[in-house]
Write a protein that binds this ligand. Structure first.
Ligand code: A3P
Length: 300
């Protein structure tokens, strides 16, 4: 069975794709999901590809825009025909047709990436965000979406109508799209340790928020396209939350049909989760963080 219905404790559910014991995207595919994942594993990479990886809602779209501007040496932010090119749900024909240098997004674990990652060694960027902020952002997206992207534009998705407190329990136990944040983050940490010759740049959402210019400069150096402070500032400004939101909302690339009030570019803040977590929920989450990650507070 390549899909599974995940039901929260309030009885509301979402349907996710499954492969090798992990949960993936909610969208329907014109081919069996296993077939799609095998194509991804066998996909040919180019040495100048950049693969941007994350658990969903970690700032992937933001970073994709930043990286695209860096690798294309472009300081002007443009409205795009398509959204982020994702390994997870883009057809192989589309991924192959993209001009180099490609910036390929993905929310999958390292072990599901194209096998050529180990031989071609393209640059990999991994963005991580405070899981409390991720949980809030992901709840809003999961709740709000009536369609998701798939091979052919957007497809309707089974709507999720759960309450925040029930979603949070599902998030903690990993019974959500893309599974456990904790497992995802730990598996990437392990993959970095196991594959030291694969160039992986780790970036924190919160650092990008507090000091985008210095993050963009470090990222540019990693991507071998160094930028001085002025150029890094220009990229930071072009990709600011308000600008990205303004340019993307309602475009073809965004294209998602939302319930009233939904938006991919919601708040763009580090601390909005404080408006959502009750004291007891925060204490519970901190206990889980300690048990699973051996730490408190923001992710590593
Ligand atoms: P919020 O829902 O907290 O607002 P992803 O792209 O991985 O799906 O992540 C989406 C999150 O990143 C959303 O968080 C979105 O608003 C935020 N985001 C997008 N662009 C941003 C930007 N330029 N600056 C800060 N946050 C941004």
């Amino acid at each position: 069975m390549s899909t599974k219905e995940l039901t929260d404790r309030g009885g509301e559910s979402m349907i996710v794709n499954c492969y090798k014991g992990c949960y993936f995207y909610r969208g329907g595919f014109p081919i069996p999901f296993e077939e799609h994942m095998k194509r991804v594993e066998d996909m040919a990479l180019r040495s100048d590809d950049v693969i941007l990886c994350s658990y969903p809602k970690s700032g992937t779209h933001w970073l994709w825009e930043v990286i695209s501007m860096i690798v294309n040496e472009d300081l002007e932010y443009r409205e795009r025909e398509r959204g982020m090119d994702m390994l997870d749900f883009s057809p192989m024909s589309l991924l192959e047709s993209i001009k180099s240098p490609r910036v390929l997004g993905s929310h999958i674990h390292f072990r599901f990436l194209p096998k050529e990652v180990l031989t071609k060694k393209p640059k990999v960027v991994y963005i991580v965000r405070d899981p409390k902020a991720v949980a809030v952002s992901y709840y809003n997206m999961t709740f709000g979406m009536k369609t998701v992207r798939s091979y052919d534009g957007h497809v309707p998705v089974k709507e999720y109508n759960g309450k925040w407190e029930d979603y949070l329990e599902s998030f903690i136990s990993g019974e959500v799209e893309y599974g456990s944040w904790f497992d995802h983050t730990l598996s990437w940490k392990q993959a970095r340790e196991d594959n030291p010759d694969v160039p992986v740049f780790l970036l924190k959402y919160e650092d990008m928020k507090s000091d985008p210019v210095s993050c963009i400069q470090k990222l540019s150096t990693f991507l071998e396209k160094p930028n001085n402070i002025e150029r890094a500032q220009a990229i930071a400004d072009a990709c600011s939350f308000s600008n990205i939101k303004k340019v993307n909302t309602g475009t073809r690339a965004d294209g998602v049909v939302w319930k009233e009030g939904g938006n991919m570019f919601r708040k763009g803040q580090s601390n909005d989760w404080k408006h959502w977590f009750k004291v007891a929920q925060n204490e519970r989450f901190e206990d889980v963080l300690m048990a699973k990650m051996n730490k408190r507070g923001v992710s590593e």
